[in-house]
Ligand binder design. Structure first.
Ligand code: UDP
Length: 258
């Protein structure tokens, strides 16, 4: 992001991007809920060439005990990129980037989970990136949110996530790998559609105020599209049961802490 040069034409003479998209067009997104038998909740996301799995365990007793909060549950996300997920083999294990993404994902999800219902508990969210092509934090947060709902964790709403940014001087939604690498800016956003709250906002690179406002608006529109696809995935998972009662009526889905 910012500074790297390339011969790749990020915008052609017709205003199309490297993969033929318009600036307002997102990459294709597919979400499936409940893909793992052993987890309490799970989701699989394919977003362009990104492939991300999320698994949720809990609410369960928080270990180590000194981490417990007597008034609420901790939402603890672990984001991990598989060694084979990128072109150059990714060195296994946590690094600064994965720790940062784990932290911002945990914080974004903590805003929507009714953590006060589960004092001393931990809700563990694992995000595994199987294939990466830019935008994995948005794909991971989107998957994690569906996995939490699939686990029956009571939430105010889902968090939907999408980025916008700028490449070749054009503000655009959902940057792909080349746009992320050689573009000027990237703004990942996590959004709660029901309350219109922003629970994740980062910015990498430089934008003018107008570009930033335009980019944020594009990212939020992207989040709204993501939200529809998340809800469809949950609807399919729960078939006849209404999604609104699932995430809107915590009493019905409240789980007991062991
Ligand atoms: N990436 C990589 N190796 C790494 C980390 C990232 O090749 O160790 C690639 C990967 O495709 C990722 C992209 O760089 O999706 C952009 O990474 P960034 O840190 O901006 O996060 P993301 O856009 O995935 O949320």
């Amino acid at each position: 992001m910012g500074g790297m040069t390339t011969d790749i034409k990020l915008i052609d003479e017709n205003g199309r991007r490297v993969d033929g998209r318009t600036p307002e067009e997102m990459r294709p997104l597919k979400i499936e809920a409940g893909v793992l038998k052993r987890a309490d909740g799970s989701a699989y996301v394919e977003w362009g060439l990104n492939k991300v799995l999320a698994a949720v365990y809990g609410p369960r007793e928080c270990h180590p005990r000194h981490m417990q909060n007597p008034t609420r549950a901790l939402v603890q996300c672990k984001y991990n990129m598989a060694a084979f997920s990128v072109d150059d083999r990714k060195r296994p294990g946590p690094d600064r980037r994965s720790q940062e993404i784990s932290k911002i994902t945990s914080e974004a999800l903590s805003h929507v989970v009714f953590t006060e219902y589960f004092p001393r508990a931990s809700i563990d969210v694992y995000v595994e990136v199987l294939q990466a092509n830019a935008g994995t934090r948005c794909a991971g947060l989107t998957a994690a949110s569906v996995a939490l709902a699939d686990a029956g964790v009571p939430m105010r709403d889902l968090v939907a996530s999408c980025a916008a940014g700028k490449a070749a001087g054009v503000v655009m939604v959902d940057l792909g790998k080349e746009e992320d690498n050689f573009g000027e800016a990237d703004i990942p956003v996590g959004y709660v559609p029901r309350t219109k709250e922003i629970v994740l906002l980062q910015m990498d690179g430089d934008l003018t105020h107008d570009e930033y406002t335009k980019g944020l608006d594009m990212a939020i529109k992207g989040c709204e599209k993501v939200y529809d696809i998340q809800r469809d995935a949950l609807r399919r998972r729960y078939e006849a049961r209404s999604l609104d009662s699932e995430i809107g009526a915590p009493e019905g889905v409240q789980k007991e802490v062991a």
